[in-house]
Design a protein around this ligand. Structure first.
Ligand SMILES: [Zn+2]
Ligand SMILES: [Zn+2]
Length: 175
C-alpha cells in the first residue's frame, strides 16, 4: 500500500492519521522466503513538521512462519513493529536512499508502507529460531524428527563410512 503525501506537504503542520492493510504475504530474507500471517492493519501517524520534512510513526503486528533451526518444523514467530522515521522530501529519492541504511520507503511524494514494514521486520528478524529450548532436532542417520519419539537408530558411534551412506540417503530423500 502506498500513501499519497501531497496534501499534508501543501502546508506546514499538517498531519495525517490512517490505518491501512499490510499487503505483503511473504518476507524475503536473503534467498529465503517466509509466510506472513495474523497481520494487523498498519497504524500510521504522519506529520509535516516544516519545510517538507515529515515524521512518520507506524505500528503493526504480524507473525511469520520460520522453520526451527534444528528440526525444521515451522514456528510461529510474532513481531510487534513500532517504527519512527524522519524524512526530508526536499532531497531526491536517490540522495535519501544513499543516506538511509535500508530500502527507500518514499518514492516521489508517496510513502511505501510495505517497504517501511519490510525494513523494520528485517531489523527484528531472528538469526535462529528454535521450536523449543531443548529441541532434539533430526536424527543424523534417518532424518526422523526426534521430538516425535526415538527412531531406533544407533547414533552413539557413527562410523565415517556409514555417515557417508547416511548423507547420500538423506540427500536422496530430499529430492
Ligand atoms: Zn525444533
Ligand atoms: Zn534415526
Amino acid at each position: 500500500m502506498r500513501i499519497q503525501l501531497t496534501e499534508i506537504l501543501s502546508a506546514d503542520g499538517q498531519a495525517l492519521h490512517r490505518e491501512v492493510p499490510l499487503e505483503r504475504e511473504t518476507m524475503e530474507v536473503g534467498a529465503e522466503r517466509f509466510r506472513l500471517f495474523e497481520k494487523s492493519p498498519v497504524t500510521l501517524d504522519i506529520v509535516h513538521t516544516a519545510a517538507q520534512v515529515i515524521e512518520i510513526e507506524a505500528s503493526c503486528k504480524v507473525s511469520a512462519k520460520i522453520p526451527c533451526g534444528r528440526c525444521l518444523e515451522e514456528v510461529d514467530v510474532p513481531f510487534d513493529l513500532h517504527i519512527y522515521r524522519k524524512a526530508d522530501l526536499k532531497e531526491s529519492d536517490e540522495a535519501r536512499a544513499q543516506e538511509l541504511n535500508e530500502g527507500n520507503f518514499i518514492i516521489g511524494t508517496e510513502l511505501d508502507v510495505e517497504q517501511l514494514a519490510y525494513n523494520e521486520l528485517l531489523v527484528q528478524w531472528p538469526i535462529r529460531v528454535l521450536c523449543q529450548e531443548d529441541c532434539k532436532g533430526l536424527c543424523s542417520r534417518c532424518g526422523a524428527n526426534l521430538n516425535h519419539g526415538e527412531c531406533g537408530c544407533d547414533r552413539t558411534s557413527l562410523d565415517p563410512r556409514m555417515a557417508a551412506i547416511c548423507d547420500i540417503f538423506s540427500e536422496c530423500k530430499e529430492v
